[in-house]
Design a protein around this ligand. Structure first.
Ligand code: ATP
Ligand code: MG
Length: 326
């Protein structure tokens, strides 16, 4: 995970949202929202239904004028310097709009032409974005015949035609099956490594946990947390935990709970369902993942699997957001 994202001295944020308020018919959708997104990071924007994610994204991408507060993208004001902002961003909305009777190629060509690219440039750029999104073989397919996963990739390819430095993606993974989700995340990682900054919304924190350098959590129009993923875990009252699965034919016969409890820094050991699986909670001030694993190996336990327990992350999210659908 890439550490520190604090706005420090010379590093200018790519997105700076400062004290933004926005209401619809007198109802506050954004209530003094403040956060920053730093360059070349993948920054998650997580919150339950109605939290204000889409409204924030629309303000950042200049589709909605903030009623109060200031939003800057690459230092340009989204109201006063709208054109400059638009040139540098790519916004992927949460639904695929019309154009269903076009082929993938026609769709991308239409948007590339709208950005003023010549015929020659368009041919080259479309080939590039289709390769990036792994859609090479689909360019003559009708959009109406594409699966949800392929439509999302087409939408992402469209966002890339003007080679934006900042991608604003509104729930790109929603409705995708697990494989399509993983593939999408791989594409996003590749785009980050090309130097792009990616701001991505989701309902699900754990979906973004491995991918994101930083996260902003919003609920009922208020920012509940903004910072690194590891910093978020420290806000939770729960301790981090791992799941250990023991290998071997007699794995169920041996109870490893006691030796595991005896390790320094281990707070709690619960056999999960029936052994051979254990949930191990530890004090993060005394141990880290590496040292915990070393200590378990030191007990000569035959390890079949060792993985982070995500309950911890979900608890942090639930602690920060109020329960119930809005
Ligand atoms: N055009 C609109 N007219 C009236 N109210 C709106 C409009 N757009 C959003 N809202 C309200 O603003 C609040 C925030 O909505 P928003 O769409 O930003 O949430 P969200 O976090 O994107 O939710 P979801 O996860 O369901 O997409 C909600 O209460 C919503 O009903
Ligand atoms: Mg939304």
């Amino acid at each position: 995970m890439t550490p520190p994202l604090k706005s420090s001295g010379s590093v200018q944020p790519v997105i700076s949202v400062d004290d933004v308020v926005h209401s619809f018919k007198g109802r506050r959708a954004l209530d003094h929202v403040t956060f920053q997104v730093m360059p070349q990071t993948l920054h998650g924007f997580v919150g339950p239904n109605g939290a204000g994610k889409t409204t924030s994204l629309k303000v950042i991408c200049t589709l909605l004028r903030p009623q109060f507060g200031v939003v800057k993208v690459f230092g340009h004001d989204v109201v006063d310097e709208q054109k400059l902002v638009r040139r540098k961003i790519g916004f992927m909305p949460d639904h695929f709009s019309t154009y269903r009777q076009m082929t993938v190629y026609e769709y991308l060509d239409f948007f590339a032409a709208a950005y003023g690219l010549s015929f020659g440039q368009r041919t080259r750029v479309i080939d590039e974005v289709l390769a990036l999104t792994d859609m090479d073989g689909r360019k003559n397919d009708l959009i109406s015949g594409l699966s949800r996963g392929m439509q999302q990739r087409t939408s992402l390819a469209r966002v890339l035609v003007n080679d934006p430095d900042l991608l604003l993606l509104d729930e790109p993974a929603s409705g995708l099956d697990p494989r399509a989700r993983i593939e999408l995340m791989e594409i996003l990682k590749a785009l980050r490594s090309m130097g792009k900054t990616i701001f991505i919304s989701s309902h699900i924190l754990s979906e973004l946990a491995e991918l994101c350098d930083a996260v902003t959590i919003i609920d009922r129009g208020k920012v509940k947390y903004t910072g690194t993923m590891s910093g978020l875990l420290l806000t939770s009252e729960e301790h981090p935990a791992f799941r250990l699965t023991v290998a071997g034919d007699d794995a169920t016969a041996t109870d490893w709970s006691e030796p595991l409890r005896g390790l320094t820094g281990v707070l709690k050991v619960d056999p999960v369902e029936a052994r051979p699986e254990y949930r191990i909670e530890f004090d993060e001030t005394q141990l880290d993942t590496n040292r915990l694993l070393q200590a378990i190996i030191g007990l000569n336990i035959p390890i079949a699997a060792f993985a982070e327990d995500r309950r911890h992350l979900n608890e942090a999210f639930m602690d920060l957001t109020e329960r119930g659908v809005k």
